[in-house]
Design a protein around this ligand. Structure first.
Ligand SMILES: [Zn+2]
Length: 337
């Protein structure tokens, strides 16, 4: 929890949080009046927009500055930034930026890349141009066969991913979706084979299921990855990539899908929020439809690992992801007013 969020205790109100989860993917009804235009500021060759510009564009009701903190308030949404930080919070959910918030002349500025590829599609998913119209979900159970994935306190990752994927398949079917499993047994698939299955499935989104591991037993929580936009670094480091990848076609839907699933699950399970992250995993790079990689907790953590080992917990997790996907569909399918 950032200092800044502690200054706004209402965000911790459970009613507020519940409202957020319901509302975050359908904010267009509230944040749709756009004042514009954007004025771009260059800092060290990179393009940014100011806090004040963001405030006026989205017509937030209140905008507060205090030293390095910025808080934008709307009846159903609070967004907060801190200069120098490479993460922002939208209704208590952590988003990792591609570039830190910079400060110039008392103004906190966000990069155009983060504005266009993160903030805007999250605040206004229904403004995503030509979103995919999907009725199918490709479910990718991570690992398999000799690739057992991480070794947890109670079992191997490949077994948990397969079981959660099967449960997710049932939950999605119950909600009227078609499903395709990249694997439904304990077999090995290359990442390329997984991508090929996703790409040949029409009107679909792609969800890769994994569980986390760490040498530090205390590490826990949920994180969700979407493909890093062109010209940015991954959240976990490395230098920026200039090349445009196939998966970058869906940048806006990728982040909106990641937000929908991540925020819903983190809220429902009151999990540690490790944030929505960016990466160029092979399984995300080449997919021509909205795609995410979901890490449903640490199997190396004794407490979290025991939960993940529990069948009832995995069933709840599957239901939670399925509901989030349903909400995502409703949010991006909505027509602009
Ligand atoms: Zn994995």
């Amino acid at each position: 929890m950032s200092v800044l969020l502690r200054q706004f205790p209402t965000i911790l109100n459970p009613h507020f949080m519940a409202a957020f989860v319901a509302v975050v993917m359908s904010l267009v009804s509230s944040i749709s009046a756009v004042a514009g235009p954007w004025s771009v500021v260059k800092v060290n060759g990179r393009e940014y927009v100011t806090d004040e510009n963001v405030n006026s564009f989205y017509k937030f009701e209140r905008f507060a500055k205090e030293e390095s903190d910025r808080v934008f308030r709307h009846p159903s949404l609070i967004m907060s930034w801190k200069t120098g930080s490479q993460a922002i919070y939208i209704n208590n959910i952590k988003f990792n930026l591609s570039f830190p918030i910079v400060e110039q002349g008392g103004k906190a500025m966000i990069s155009i890349v983060d504005l266009a590829k993160l903030v805007d599609p999250v605040l206004r998913p229904s403004y995503i141009k030509k979103p995919i119209s999907f009725d199918a979900v490709v479910i990718d159970a991570g690992h398999g066969a000799h690739d057992s994935g991480a070794k947890g306190v109670k079992g191997y990752e490949k077994n948990y991913t397969l079981d959660l994927s099967r449960k997710l398949e049932a939950e999605l079917k119950a909600r009227g979706f078609k499903t395709v499993m990249t694997r439904s047994t304990d077999v090995f698939l290359t990442l390329g084979q997984r991508v090929a299955i996703a790409n040949k499935t029409k009107n679909a989104i792609f969800v890769s299921i994994h569980f986390n591991s760490s040498g530090t037993k205390t590490a826990n929580g949920i994180e969700t990855y979407s493909l890093a936009p062109q010209g940015t670094s991954s959240t976990n480091g490395g230098s920026p990539w200039s090349s445009f990848l196939n998966g970058n076609i869906r940048d806006k839907e990728n982040i909106a899908l990641a937000t929908s699933v991540h925020a819903h699950v983190v809220h429902e399970f009151k999990s540690i929020d490790r944030g929505i992250k960016r990466a160029r995993f092979n399984v995300l790079r080449g997919i021509n439809k909205p795609a995410i990689l979901f890490e449903g907790g640490f199997i190396t953590n004794p407490t979290e690992g025991a939960k993940i080992d529990d069948d009832a917990h995995r069933l709840r997790l599957a239901a939670s992801i399925a509901t989030a996907i349903q909400k995502f569909k409703g949010a991006v399918g909505k027509k602009k007013r």
